[in-house]
Design a protein around this ligand. Structure first.
Ligand code: SF4
Length: 296
């Protein structure tokens, strides 16, 4: 049985893991970057990040003082009648409040205009936590991913409706836009970053694709061969900018670059870019309809 209390408990657990333990794909990518860097300052920065990761894990303390805003992805099994949507919403909200108090997390959530904490210091507010829902067939119960997102990397997001072009010309325009965004962002998103690029759909879809692209594990390419090639070419170009770890120079500006695409309007070419900092936090769990939980 999936209850609100169970969802709350799982939310606290995955938030704790996301905040204190870097996923192994990101950690391994940081180690590889450290081993490959020749720039001494870049090596020092990467070493500090790896030390920080070790301390976060052993002391069960957040990896960064900016513990992010509470974003969640929920995948629901289709035809799953025994999950109450109100329980999901309130279970996650209550879980965020408890996690903020006991981990503890910085109270980052404020009203967009007044900058006041309408929800107190509990990291909740109007439409926050934000939950992105997806329905999939063949899933028993639901899957929740906690994706606390830092402000530094979010603040350099970029979006444009480019003029639609064909094939190689479209690729050229997209690459130019991505590289300009990376150069503008420079050290602000706390590189080495993971860069999510959303291409196609509508304006809002493109940004959702860009953000969802950040959840794909490092070194996993898009299944479409053409898109996979563009990912590799762009990643190489990003790392040739010399921005480096924390913007202090070096050859590791991004650990990876992921592109997600959708079909779009014949007159449109929306492109969105969302950055993830080196503290690429995410953690997920499956809650089966029986009530058993598997941490992923
Ligand atoms: S962008 Fe990431 S690493 Fe930088 S301050 Fe924010 S959460 Fe921390």
């Amino acid at each position: 049985m999936i209850t609100k209390e169970l969802i709350k408990k799982v939310t606290v657990n995955i938030l704790r893991r996301a905040e204190t333990t870097l996923p192994s794909d990101v950690k391994e990518a940081l180690v590889r970057a450290y081993e490959c860097e020749e720039n001494e300052i870049a090596k020092v920065q990467l070493e500090a990040m790896l030390e920080n990761v070790k301390l976060g894990e052993t002391m069960q303390r957040p990896l960064c003082q900016d513990t992010g805003i509470p974003l969640f992805y929920v995948t629901l099994g289709s035809g799953n009648g025994n999950v109450n949507l109100n329980d999901i919403e309130s279970g996650i909200r209550e879980g965020v409040k408890e996690a903020t108090e006991i981990i503890p997390l910085r109270p980052n959530v404020v009203d967009a205009i007044t900058r006041e904490r309408e929800g107190g210091e509990a990291n909740v507010g109007d439409r926050m936590p934000y939950i992105d829902y997806k329905i999939e067939t063949g899933i028993d119960g639901l899957e929740i991913t906690a994706f606390p997102k830092g402000g530094g990397s979010e603040n350099v997001s970029a979006f444009a409706m480019l003029a639609p072009k064909l094939g190689a010309e479209a690729e050229k325009e997209i690459k130019k836009f991505v590289l300009e965004a990376v150069l503008n962002a420079a050290g602000k998103p706390c590189p080495p970053t993971i860069i999510g690029v959303g291409i196609g759909g509508s304006a809002d879809m493109a940004m959702r694709l860009a953000k969802a692209a950040l959840l794909r594990p490092v070194c996993v390419r898009n299944k479409n061969a053409r898109i996979a090639r563009i990912e590799e070419e762009l990643l190489e170009a990003v790392n040739n900018t010399g921005i480096g770890p924390m913007g202090l120079g070096g050859k590791t500006t991004a650990l990876d670059l992921h592109i997600e695409t959708a079909a779009t309007h014949i007159t449109s070419l929306p492109v969105a870019i969302n950055f993830q900092c080196w503290a690429a936090r995410k953690a997920a769990a499956k809650i089966y309809s029986s009530g058993s939980v598997e941490y992923l």
